[in-house]
Design a protein around this ligand. Structure first.
Ligand code: G3P
Length: 217
């Protein structure tokens, strides 16, 4: 399973990139706001060291304007995936841009039928939002499972990019279900390393080591 980092914080991406943990990056208008940076400038900087897909989202609401924005974003770097919302205009944009050879990430997906439409429109990635479904007491992981089944039934090549990942358990469950990619904030990726027994075991080893009076270096 691929890890994308869901942030426009360049330092945070760089830290995980240096560890080999970054297969791609996703951004959205809220994350651009949080970064305080210009969308073109920050996206260009991310693409200067991330070689995998970097999603940059359009903000227009009509297909002709989305297509124009998408082409401009795609011109930033060859590894840009143009992110479009799962609306009818977004699907039209997906069809046009994917036919032109651009990667397209269809976002704000909350149902299996929406995911089916995105695949038929030629999406490279579909982004179902797990956490936001959980927020309203629906089951985001069920949606990932349904999309996996449908895509496998018909051999759709669109990759399932599980988004709105809020916990380490979300990552594990997506891996078990067979999502192709998870996009998670840096703190969630870091939380994958944590385990209470690791901390406890290390503490005991350090205590015992101190008693030996030895040094390695
Ligand atoms: O990339 C979009 C998605 O991951 C947003 O997550 O936590 O704002 O629902 P969240």
């Amino acid at each position: 399973m691929k890890f994308f980092i869901d942030t426009a914080d360049v330092d945070a991406i760089r830290e995980l990139h240096d560890l080999g943990m970054v297969d791609g990056v996703t951004t959205n208008p809220s994350l651009i706001l949080k970064s305080g940076r210009d969308i073109i400038e920050v996206t260009k900087e991310i693409c200067s060291f991330v070689t995998g897909p970097v999603s940059a989202e359009v903000v227009a609401l009509t297909a002709p304007e989305m297509i124009a924005e998408g082409r401009k974003l795609a011109a930033i770097a060859p590894n840009i995936a143009v992110k479009v919302p799962l609306t009818w205009d977004g699907l039209k944009t997906c069809k046009v841009l994917s036919s032109e050879g651009f990667m397209v990430n269809v976002t704000l997906c909350f149902s299996a039928n929406q995911a089916l439409l995105a695949a038929k429109a030629g999406a490279t990635f579909i982004s179902p939002f797990i956490g936001r479904l959980d927020d309203i007491n629906l089951d985001g992981l069920d949606l990932i499972g349904d999309i996996r089944t449908i895509y496998d039934n018909y051999d759709f090549q669109t990759q399932i990019l599980a988004a709105s990942i809020r916990s380490a358990n979300h990552v594990k469950d997506c891996a078990l279900i067979g999502a192709d990619v998870v996009t998670a904030p840096p703190n969630v990726i870091k939380a994958l390393a944590g385990h209470v027994l690791t901390d406890k075991g290390l503490e005991q080893f350090m205590k015992d080591w101190a008693k030996t009076g030895q040094k390695i270096i």
